[in-house]
Unconditional design. Structure first.
Length: 666
């Protein structure tokens, strides 16, 4: 093997891998594997052959050097002489060949790359290759498309057996694996990339040429009306969240699959490639055309029953102590809508849609060009679903956060308590809708949420005391996330003045912004939560003044007392539907708060006969604990009331005021 300097070889591998990963028709997220070989000096200065191969679960598009563990070929090549090797034995021996035992676990197809005597090797799961092979005449069409220069192998699960078979085919130009993609090689990295692209392009042209002689005009169902789609999303989200909260994401790219009249046949082909299986399970759910909410629920129930039967029918093959995966569908195809994916967040939901798009378009391309697509044997799909070598990839994903899959609306999110609550819930994994009238500050909080490592929030600027704005926000929330789990009603202002001095406008403004906005959000949220059918939590940011009012702060105190009463009514009316309602009563929160703008600090200081700069200290001195109340203190109470930890609490008020005796709940 005459290879350039080892460092250059690794850089070439990384660059080639990224370029392959950029094309999702070649590899989906986490799929495919690449390798390169070189010689390096060991600790005694001896030249030893090594191989870098993609680490298990790594994504090619973002490949970096840490994603390619190095292995000693002297420890791998002798394994070619064995006749049998179990998965556990293979994993052990491959691990022992690692140059750095602390590096990433290498690909499950490490031996396949090691046994082929070439410097650069690509294994892609290209859509075009799967369309070419995933039918009864796959071997014949492969010969027609590529000639005799490419070997063809029917589906064999990755492992030692497949690696050894492929290793003995190095005299071919490449290898086509049914339902598993294409393997190509070269001594030069650029030549290897060009070879992969050229072969896939040749196959794509062949598939398209065959489809031209058979294709029928694409079906197009009428668009589902917006109101029907909203109701459908709420019902579907309620159904698929029965075993854990999930958001829903609509993907119109899947419309061309969902609208097809042969959708049932396409879905019966299962996944197009083994790399798709862990994300969308053996199949997607086709929701009947024109289905109303009840029929959609029935479709989900039927899917769950079928999945339970699928698991029960293969119980003997299930690993000891394993009780199966979540039975809920991850991908639902709805005529007139497209694909609807269910996940903890929109990033994962998008990845599911990407996989579904590729796997079902492969089935459609196969159907249009060569006839009925064939599925991998059910015994294989089941075994793969519980195969430790693939399940290991799932362990690489971070543990779900406490609020994963939950959707929470926070009003008044641009500053103070609303900002702190938003950042706290984001850290807990919530999917957020941030609302405020201050668009610029709201956008800044949205950036802060993302910078903190959370998911992109849905940001909605507008007057929360305007019913039309609130209704549009809830409709947008349902369209974006599929539903809602909780609200934090926090929009508010401070209005000062003794009763005899208050103007009509001052009074109306305090009630409209502090109380009417809460009513409007409550009404819209409760309507959605009742349809969704999985309960919910409404949290109201009231005030110490609700129970302990202050002179000169009457309009504010009345509005906050009204909010507490609104909460109690919501608890009474929402209880039978599992909807909880509770309030938090903070006192004098100053950090990053806009409440004190416009002279309010000066006015309240004057009312207490102190200097404005002493106001925070004054409020802390009057509570029993003599502590300042921060926005983080309030955020912690809010997250408790939104969580399942408070699942038996409704109609309650939690003071976060340091202990103001005159404002004790009563």
């Amino acid at each position: 093997m005459n290879a350039p300097h080892a460092g250059a070889v690794l850089e070439q591998l990384i660059e080639r891998s990224r370029r392959l990963g950029e094309d999702r028709s070649l590899v989906v997220f986490g799929g495919g594997n690449t390798s390169a070989k070189a010689t390096v000096a060991d600790h005694l200065g001896r030249e030893r052959p090594i191989m870098w191969v993609k680490g298990s679960g790594s994504d090619l598009v973002s490949a970096k050097s840490d994603d390619f563990p190095a292995l000693r070929l002297d420890d791998l090549l002798p394994l070619m002489e064995l006749t049998e090797l179990s998965d556990d034995e293979m994993i052990d021996l491959v691990s022992r060949a690692l140059v750095d035992p602390a590096s990433k676990r290498p690909s499950i197809e490490t031996l396949l790359h090691a046994f082929l005597p070439f410097t650069h090797i690509d294994h892609v799961h290209a859509d075009a290759i799967c369309a070419l092979t995933n039918h009864a005449e796959g071997e014949r069409t492969t010969r027609e498309a590529l000639g005799d220069g490419f070997a063809y192998i029917d589906w064999i699960r990755p492992g030692f057996r497949l690696s050894k078979i492929v290793g003995e085919l190095s005299h071919y130009d490449g290898v086509v694996l049914a339902q598993h993609g294409l393997i190509t090689w070269a001594e030069d990295s650029d030549a290897c990339l060009a070879r992969t692209r050229s072969v896939v392009g040749q196959v794509r042209d062949f598939v398209e040429a065959n489809a031209m002689t058979r294709a029928e005009p694409p079906a197009r169902c009428p668009d589902m009306p917006a109101e029907e789609q909203e109701q459908l999303l709420l019902h579907l989200r309620g159904s698929v969240s029965a075993t854990g909260h999930r958001i829903l994401r609509v993907d119109e790219r899947l419309r061309r699959i969902a609208d097809r009249t042969d959708i049932t046949e396409l879905l019966s082909a299962s996944v197009s490639s083994a790399d798709h299986m862990l994300r969308i399970k053996p199949w997607s759910l086709a929701v009947p055309a024109g289905a109303d909410a009840e029929r959609a629920r029935q479709a989900v129930a039927g899917y769950v029953a079928d999945y339970d039967s699928y698991v029960e029918g293969h119980a003997d093959a299930m690993p000891v102590g394993h009780h199966g995966h979540d039975p809920m569908p991850k991908v639902m195809l709805v005529p007139g809508v497209g694909g609807i994916t269910a996940a903890a967040d929109r990033t994962e939901a998008t990845a599911l849609a990407d996989v579904a798009l590729h796997t079902h378009e492969v089935a459609a391309a196969t159907r249009d060009a060569f006839g009925a697509p064939t599925a991998m044997a059910e015994s294989e799909t089941f075994a793969f679903d519980y195969w430790p070598m693939e399940l290991y990839k799932l362990t690489l994903r971070p543990a779900p956060k406490p609020f994963a899959g939950r959707v929470v609306v926070v009003t008044g999110a641009a500053s103070g308590i609303g900002r702190a609550v938003s950042l706290h819930l984001a850290a807990l994994g919530a999917n957020l809708v941030l609302a405020d009238i201050d668009a610029a500050r709201l956008d800044a909080v949205g950036v802060e949420v993302v910078d903190a490592g959370a998911h992109d929030p849905l940001v909605v600027a507008g007057d929360q005391a305007d019913g039309a704005v609130v209704d549009r926000m809830l409709s947008g929330t349902i369209g974006h996330y599929g539903g809602i789990d909780g609200i934090v009603s926090n929009a508010g202002i401070g209005v000062t003045g003794e009763l005899h001095d208050l103007t009509d406008d001052d009074w109306d403004r305090a009630l409209r912004i502090n109380l009417t906005s809460s009513f409007l959000l409550t009404r819209a949220a409760m309507r959605a939560l009742r349809v969704q059918g999985i309960g919910g939590s409404l949290v109201y940011i009231a005030s110490k003044n609700a129970f302990g009012p202050g002179a000169g702060f009457g309009a504010y105190s009345v509005s906050k007392a009204g909010m507490v009463q609104l909460m109690r009514i919501a608890a009474l009316e929402g209880g039978p539907a599992g909807i909880r309602a509770n309030a938090v009563n903070p006192d004098a929160v100053f950090d990053n708060s806009g409440l004190w703008d416009g002279g309010l600090r000066q006015q309240r200081a004057a009312a207490h006969g102190i200097a404005p700069e002493d106001l925070e200290t004054f409020y802390a001195s009057r509570n029993l604990l003599h502590r300042r109340v921060t926005t983080s203190d309030v955020a912690a109470a809010v997250s408790y009331l939104l969580s399942d930890d408070s699942s038996r609490t409704t109609g309650a008020v939690i003071p976060v005021d340091g202990g103001v005796a005159g404002a004790f709940p009563r």
